[in-house]
Design a protein around this ligand. Sequence first.
Ligand code: 13P
Ligand code: SF4
Length: 305
Amino acid sequence: MLNDLQNEIIQLKEEKNAIILAHNYQTGDIQEIADFMGDSLELCIKASEIEDKDLVVFCGVDFMAETAAILNPDKKILIPDTEAECPMANMLPASEIRKAKERHSDAAVVLYVNTLAEAKAEADILCTSANAVKIVQSLDEDTVLFGPDMNLASYVSNFTDKEIIPIPEGGHCYVHKMFTGEIFFLREKYPDAEILVHPECNPEIQEMADHVLSTGGMVNYVKESPKNTFIIGTEVDMVTRLRRENPDKSIIPALSEAICKTMKLHTLEKIKNSLLNEEFVVRVDEDIADKARSAVERMIEVSKR
Ligand code: 13P
Ligand code: SF4
């Protein structure tokens, strides 16, 4: 049953003709009132298909909300807390990409969607953890500048013949860096469990896991698998979603401390405020948005093939 605040938000949402999009790492109370939940790719595709709504409240981090704004220049995209930034996205400034392009003039530039709009404007195409291999394989170039996540770069290089050059040195997600080999001791406690980890985890963790999946990939895998027990190696609220949607299965966090602090800045109170006051509007400079849009749209087009 929804609480009073959740009901108020749902009513406001109708009055304002708004839609609430939420990433899989949002807390359970937000998951319950979201119109659509997903991984970065699913949220990108959903954002590209919104036609009949006046407002979009985006419960995720800055680069996700910016992508929605890039795809919808005529819509009001709101983020409930402007401090919800992804530290990984801040690791790759546009200037660094331009320098790398000078050094490798024949390389394609593939950027993880976890980048700021200025960086996206420098990319030939974007990717997410769900489609990175497919995107890189779709390119004619043999050499690829890939950033900012080194672990996703290493994952992609395992599945393609292309030369992958990670930019910058050491780009990473602090949440997924928390996972160490210790999580595999859980196999003793849960011998029938499958261990699913995100490609932002270190390569040695990916090698020891049963499957390496985006958060959307985890949703589909757990739903369709005949297995009953899963150990989840990503942000803890992924477990919240999986438990809600699979009440008969046993979903265990690999590490309960794996919390993305900025994802948690959004709260029901702030969402209500966002709807009431139509704030905070996500703004992307028009020139930058125009350049970045082609890289986002190209990714969506290749993903749908
Ligand atoms: P997904 O696209 O798999 O949801 O990952 C986004 C992210 O930020 C993971 O930390
Ligand atoms: Fe960024 Fe990591 Fe948080 Fe994902 S989990 S939004 S990559 S800091």
